[in-house]
Design a binder for this molecule. Sequence first.
Ligand SMILES: NC(=O)C1=CN([C@@H]2O[C@H](COP(=O)(O)OP(=O)(O)OC[C@H]3O[C@@H](n4cnc5c(N)ncnc54)[C@H](O)[C@@H]3O)[C@@H](O)[C@H]2O)C=CC1
Ligand SMILES: CCCCCC(=O)/C=C/[C@H]1C=CC(=O)[C@@H]1CCCCCCC(=O)O
Length: 143
Amino acid sequence: MRKNNGGHGGVIINISSLAGLTPAAYQPVYSASKHGVIGFTRSIAALASIGNYGVRINSVCPAFVDTPLLESIEKEENMGELFKYKDRIKDMMKCYGVLDPSLIAKGMIDLIEDDASNGAVMKITTSRGIHFEEFGVQQKTKI
Ligand SMILES: NC(=O)C1=CN([C@@H]2O[C@H](COP(=O)(O)OP(=O)(O)OC[C@H]3O[C@@H](n4cnc5c(N)ncnc54)[C@H](O)[C@@H]3O)[C@@H](O)[C@H]2O)C=CC1
Ligand SMILES: CCCCCC(=O)/C=C/[C@H]1C=CC(=O)[C@@H]1CCCCCCC(=O)O
């Protein structure tokens, strides 16, 4: 895919979650994996830019979306010892609302069409719709 490796370039969109930006007490491993998706996306996007890959890499972080995945919390074999918290997760869904998948599709099309987006972290929520996580100016750590 990389232009500097004989490819044609392109756009990659990695699927994280709002749980990749906030703590998720009832799904810590899921949250850790989604934090990792964001870290990887931002790092590889920086490398793609430095290395002139001709590839843009971005991530999307939706809140709850109306897909079969949400039904997985109803099964003890999926949730393990966290099953006892399923009603708290359902309360959070009521509080945050549940997004229609079409809004996630729109966000992804926006990222594909915006030639300037690379390393972007798009958040999608019922209250604010499509918006972006802004990260502060990178601090240099003294070592
Ligand atoms: N539904 C939600 O509330 C949210 C979902 N996400 C993320 O969105 C992504 C998609 O989730 P949903 O569409 O909700 O889930 P889903 O469970 O409805 O769909 C997942 C799809 O992935 C396929 N799949 C699973 N393992 C696979 C494998 N090893 N190889 C190929 N395909 C495989 C399944 O067959 C299924 O079609 C996930 O990364 C999820 O963490 C993020 C935020 C919220
Ligand atoms: C504010 C968190 C939004 C999370 C959106 C998401 O990725 C949902 C995924 C769910 C699908 C199956 C699960 O088990 C996931 C539940 C994630 C629960 C997050 C609850 C937040 C918390 O623990 O505080």
